[in-house]
Ligand binder design. Sequence first.
Ligand code: ADP
Ligand code: ZN
Length: 432
Amino acid sequence: MYWDEREETVEQARLQETQMEGLRETLRRAQGSSYYRDLFKDRRLQIDDIRKLADIEMLPLTTKDDLREHWPWGFVAVAREELIRMHSSSGTTGRATVIFHTANDIKAWTHLVARSMYMTGMRRGDVFQNMMTYGLFTGGLGFHYGAEEIGALVIPAGAGNSKRQIQLICDFGTTFIHIIPSYALYLSTVFDEMHVDPRKDTKLKAAFIGAEPHSEKMRRTIEDLYGFKAYNSYGLSEMNGPGVAFECPCQNGLHIWEDQFLVEIIDPLTGKPLADGQEGELVMTTLKREGMPLIRYRTKDLTRIIPGPCDCGRTHRRIERIKGRTDDMMIIKGVNIFPIQIEKRLMEIPGVGTNFLVLLDREGYDDYMNVQVEVKREFFTGDLKQLEKLRRRIVEELKSDILITPRVDLVAPDSLPKTEGKAVRVIDNRKD
Ligand code: ADP
Ligand code: ZN
């Protein structure tokens, strides 16, 4: 049941002791980088001032912009020849950041990914098909190494090429897949076209879904379509990539691996720490990283710590599924809206297909939201009355949730642009 029982069920008090040791080590190692060395000097910070975990609040936060400004070497804390791997973020919100790893860093990361997958039931003998982009993106090699560590047979399929993905699943008896949730929905329509029923004609047991925000409703839809369990996997390249937080079989929050990361939740506006249970921005400090230690890194991801223990017996605390990034929030007519709210509503309406796109525009001084919604193939007939009824229903349902009245256009199945990576949900034309 556990990849390493001692590590996963360690008492919180003991865990905090190791965190303190890790934090001290990180502060010491960080002095090897020009960024932190200068920062500590400028602010007259002494490592010895940090005596308990709560003292971390005395240290400044590190942002994605800091990484960008000191790109590419400013955060590297070891000699260049110690580095054996480079990865980068996807660049969803601007210039991609780069992260460098030593051999020990790769080992530590692999350990976390193996621990995460094992937790959901993956074992030696399983066949793992990784449908993520390989290369600089961490979802490829990160999962690959973890699965090999467990001893599964890995099929490094990479992203896209849907028919071949399905062929591989069928030919080689794939049992576990790693897939982006928006792509999982689309792939189910290709299964249909190929007359393959993933529930009956494959050996699939479970999926790891992550890399982009998705609602509980979307997860359940994926589980129904495929007839398997879909486990939420959260990570970001700055904290290695996948294997930061992962769902256990209870599927009630994601265990965040506190032996390698120190976790805080802060108010994104004031930067003040928030108590367990309160929603805010996730801030993380690496505790074991050698190549590029990061202190109080602002992930921009919104979540909360779920108070209380988990039924699975693991003591590492849980975070709730990510609601979105602080910079994903749309402000329309003074109302704050996250794309995931729209996704959640749409998923509940029969007739809605697998993709949608939000366009924000301005007419005079007035902002408006246009939501383009793909319709299910069965619904996309010549029956205009039925389509209009569906369109109106979408307007009403969205309005009741997001409090403004969106314009809604129904579009043909498979007609909105698709990406091989993270789905693009919002195009904001108001900025020009
Ligand atoms: P980028 O930040 O440029 O997208 P990354 O590849 O490092 O590059 O992506 C990490 C980000 O992806 C996270 O900070 C988060 O916003 C998002 N993400 C990753 N996994 C999940 C998940 N399971 N749920 C929601 N968002 C996720
Ligand atoms: Zn659990």
